[in-house]
Write a protein that binds this ligand. Structure first.
Ligand code: ADP
Ligand code: MG
Length: 245
């Protein structure tokens, strides 16, 4: 079965034992669209994101990325996953490798790129995130914001079609958040398809094409930022937003 949306989720359910965390999620994200997912802690945002690249296996329902059904038992999941970049709250860089080595290792291991090509791609992506001068540094010598930008550059070096972000700035000191959001804004402007779980409402307002509000494992509201953040139709959304202020 095919789909024209870049990301499509149909009737997605996910349970952990008796705990049903996702209770029927339907979501479409078009090519080049930026969708921010907001909602209270425990509402299932991370689980949804993790189902979109099959880090979690859905209990029921379908997930398509770029027209390929990930939930098809015959799919080459490693091949599909290469098309999906994921950035977590914790950056998970290898501490014993330099910044460049962190970027070249997955390219060489997973994509089988040669040394020179991997280094070239790494340099290009370090430049995109404004960290060319840190190429030979070790992660521990970088700020949290710089480490997260390296993690984004590492993802970009794999040439993903879509990027998933799970609270990429939540672990950062407030003064470091802006640089990371600026990189994400650049990616959005370049036309990257993005799904971003975030509590940064200014980013959601200014960058997202759509905002999805989740609560209790369902999508309560899905619309343009001016509607979902600016003029929510549901009491649960209003309550959530009022607590963020
Ligand atoms: P959010 O990201 O919105 O805070 P999560 O998707 O992380 O929410 O979690 C939703 C619910 O699923 C929580 O009750 C959490 O305890 C549960 N959960 C998430 N991952 C697992 C797991 N691997 N095993 C068991 N329960 C989990
Ligand atoms: Mg989460």
């Amino acid at each position: 079965m095919t789909s024209t949306a870049e990301i499509q989720v149909r009737g997605l359910h996910k349970s952990f034992g008796a705990n049903e965390v996702l209770k029927g999620i339907d979501l479409e994200i078009g090519r080049g669209e930026v969708v921010c997912v907001i909602g209270p802690s425990g509402s299932g945002k991370s689980t949804l994101l993790r189902c979109v690249n099959l880090l979690e296996e859905p209990t029921k329902g379908q997930v398509f990325v770029g027209g390929t059904e990930l939930t098809d038992p015959d799919v080459d999941i490693d091949a599909v996953r290469r098309r999906i970049g994921m950035v977590f709250q914790q950056f998970n860089l290898f501490p014993h490798l330099t910044v460049t080595e962190n970027l070249t290792l997955p390219q060489r291991r997973v994509l089988r790129r040669g040394k020179a090509e991997a280094a070239k791609v790494a340099a290009e992506n370090l430049e995109r995130v404004g960290l060319s001068e840190k190429a030979d540094a070790y992660p521990a010598s970088l700020s949290g914001g710089q480490q997260q930008r390296v993690a984004i550059a590492r993802s970009l070096s794999m040439g993903p079609e879509v990027m998933l972000f799970d609270e990429p700035t939540s672990a950062l000191d407030p003064e470091l958040v802006g640089d990371v959001l600026a990189v994400m804004r650049m990616l959005a402007d370049e036309g990257m398809t993005m799904m971003v779980v975030t509590h940064e409402m200014t980013f959601a307002r200014e960058v997202a094409d759509r905002v999805v509000f989740m609560d209790g494992g369902v999508i309560v509201e899905d619309g343009v930022p001016a509607q979902v953040i600016g003029n929510p139709s549901h009491e649960r959304t209003r309550h959530f937003l009022s607590r963020l202020l």
